[in-house]
Design a protein around this ligand. Sequence first.
Ligand code: DAH
Length: 350
Amino acid sequence: MKDKIQSLQTQFAADSKNVDDRMAIQELKTKYIGKKGLITELMSSLKDMDKEDKKTYGQLINQVRTEFVTVIDEKEKSLAQAELDRKLQEETIDVSLPGEKIKRGSLHPFNRIIEDVEDFFVSMGYDVVDGPELETDENCFQRLNVPLGHPARDAQDTFYIDEEYLLRTQTSAVQARTMQENKEKTPIRMICPGKVYRRDDDATHSHQFGQVEGLVVDKDISLADLKGTLELFAKKMLGENTKVRFRPSFFPFTEPSVEVDVSCFKCGGKGCTLCKQTGWIELLGAGMVHPNVLSMGGYDPKVWSGFAFGTGLDRLAMFRYAIPDIRYLYTNDVRFLEQFARKDEENVIK
Ligand code: DAH
């Protein structure tokens, strides 16, 4: 038995000598001190010995086992230390190395316009509201004083879903919603930017485009309020020197109605190709809310008055950034979009 124990020690010494990775240590463990390992095997061979021998050899084998465990533990510890050292070595950071450039996106010019429009009107106390793109004929037309069979429906070339539903052709639909939803009939000051749809597709028209609608309903609102508001708006969006002019026009939901022109920001009003030599560019439609529209929205036109306006967001973006084709705004070509990155959005160093 003694010999057996000794030869096991010699064997272990040889086997463990060059062991220095995780797998080999595990194998060593299983082979010698595992449940079915050589120590267990030796122990079980004691069962036929007499009591005295069993005790002596049992103790001896246990001692040997402890030796093995100690050796293996040590190997595990030094392996862990070596791994840690290697990691620390590999992960040292050279703070003098140049940073890695990461590409950052920037706001789409369309969203940038929306943000600027919202900032302006919020600063004037307006709420920003939202409405569905799938609208009812009632909100998009009837409640805006455009009854069934009215020619304005044709001009707008509507995408009808069925008799009742359509893709809204104008954010004006949200005027009707806002008035109905305001149950207390308190004053309204809102803008609604959003998408609208029409059957159009060329360099200056897209079947889907953006509009922003504005509605103010209160007591004693006059055309002067409308003019003042839109003048400030035009200056904010297109520059301090922008002049504004009102031309009589017609919209079914406003009376009187006006079309608002701004002085051409390209030539300053002298005349150029952009303004077709007129010095003016048409910016938006507006007017005093028609008494019928107020009544249908539950506001007594003898008590309340209001103004409304609507303009194309794409138009604003095209003017402001001199974009020649509306479709650039919708094709998401990065080479195009990159040009609108602001200084604070340029590629940054990580
Ligand atoms: N909804 C009109 C359009 O799509 C624009 C418009 C004109 C809106 C006059 C208004 C308004 O609120 O008062 O062409």
